[in-house]
Design a protein around this ligand. Structure first.
Ligand code: SF4
Length: 404
């Protein structure tokens, strides 16, 4: 995987610690670059700085260099808040310290990580000035000659600590198709499609098909019937973009399995079962219920934007109710969700799995249902049962949630 690997496939490593413990110098040492601002003035790193690195054999990682804890300047409250949010994104917490004993601030970091079941790796920086305990890596970040040795220790520690689903990336659809089988991708090329290229989920699907030694073909709606007729053997799975899910289900013979990219990605980087359960709430919405539409980036909205226009329209069409719809974008996900009956989360292509799971957990804690765009749209268009059929237990649980 390269430096352009999708975020969901990158290990997210948060660099935390007290102001001026040497987080930025440590990052500079391991990346071999002057990525972050390292300064003798406490609190120089004012925001989360992201840096991608290929850390073989682990693969692509993103370093999240945070503002330090324990700063007493005026800006610090905001900065610490940003740092806390990093716990929702990270797969592993690196705690950089310049002392053998954790003080109150460092203990607070460890407790915050434990609350979220995040592994913590201690980096004892400036270790030439004290005896570093054996439960971490002893470094002197300013000693550039030590880079290779530090990297070896760091990689073995990360391999030991990083989540299993990072090392063994779950399949997107490889397990749903028999060996030697075929998949047909049904791709709309409309005005939301970027000029001259495919979007990342489509590229990932093609790559997975090739990795599983499957036959992968692609077609747009206008030639779908022709493509199916031309197949000597029907495809084992058809995958479409959610926006044309009603077209796909209407034109795919019932004995051919079909689903959507969003459904596959919900399984890969979220929780398909929870999203399906959340979709079952749509038909139970009442007048005045509040729905939050949450997008993970602030992309430029087109005329009939999916989040701002289409989903509210389809919700109205499906429920016939007067709902109060709020929007949020980027990382401005509300801390207090209790006013909402349902959250409809975008596909989250700019987010990693951990961050989507954090949103699911926040909803669960607040007793709020959550679904995602693709699964919600399939429900609004009355085709979700067909889309979930390939997913066994999730399909059964969804049916139970609809008709308890
Ligand atoms: S799926 Fe979410 S993160 Fe990806 S482009 Fe759309 S709004 Fe942005």
């Amino acid at each position: 995987m390269s430096l352009t690997a999708p975020k969901a496939l990158r290990l997210q490593i948060a660099l935390t610690g007290k102001v001026n413990a040497g987080k930025s110098s440590f990052l500079n040492l391991v990346t071999g670059q002057e990525t972050a601002i390292a300064s003798a003035v406490p609190g120089t790193t004012t925001d989360v700085v992201e840096k991608n690195q290929e850390l073989l054999p682990i693969g692509p990682v993103t370093w999240l260099d945070t503002a330090g804890f324990g700063d007493d300047t005026e800006l610090s409250v905001q900065r610490i808040e940003k740092t806390r949010k990093v716990f929702d994104r990270a797969d592993v917490i690196l705690l950089v310290t310049d002392s053998p004993l954790a003080d109150e601030t460092e203990q607070a970091i460890i407790v915050e990580a434990e609350k979220r079941k995040l592994p913590v790796l201690k980096i004892y920086n400036k270790a030439d000035t004290y005896t570093a305990p054996a439960d971490g890596i002893a470094v002197n970040s300013l000693d550039k000659a030590s880079r290779d040795k530090v990297l070896v220790q760091l990689k073995s520690a990360l391999l030991r600590l990083c989540p299993d689903d990072f090392i063994h990336t779950p399949p997107l659809f490889g397990d749903l198709v028999p060996a030697g089988g075929s998949v047909l991708l049904l791709l709309p090329i409309d005005k939301e499609a970027p000029k001259g290229r495919l979007i990342m989920p489509q590229v990932q699907a093609i790559r997975e098909g090739l990795d599983y030694n499957l036959i992968v073909s692609a077609v747009t709606e206008n030639r779908y019937a022709e493509a199916l007729a031309a197949c000597k053997k029907a495809p084992d799975l058809v995958i479409c973009d959610s926006q044309i899910v009603d077209f796909m289900t209407a034109h795919t013979p019932p004995d051919i399995k079909c689903t959507t990219f969003s459904t596959l990605f919900a399984r890969l980087k979220g929780d398909l079962g929870k999203f399906a359960e959340g979709a079952a709430v749509i038909s139970k919405l009442k007048d005045g219920d509040k729905v939050l539409i949450a997008e993970c980036c602030t992309h430029h909205a087109v005329e009939d934007d999916i989040g701002k226009v289409k989903i509210p329209h389809w919700l109205k069409e499906k429920t016939g109710k007067n709902l109060q719809i709020d929007f949020c974008a980027g990382r401005d996900f509300p801390d207090n969700l209790s006013a909402y009956r349902l959250v409809i989360q975008c596909g989250g292509c700019m987010f990693g799995r951990r961050e989507i799971l954090a949103r699911i957990n926040a909803c669960e804690a607040a007793g709020v249902a959550i679904t995602n765009y693709g699964i919600g749209i399939s429900e609004m268009k009355n085709v979700l049962p067909r889309i979930l059929e390939p997913f066994g237990q999730v399909f059964q649980d969804y049916k139970m949630a609809k008709n308890p």
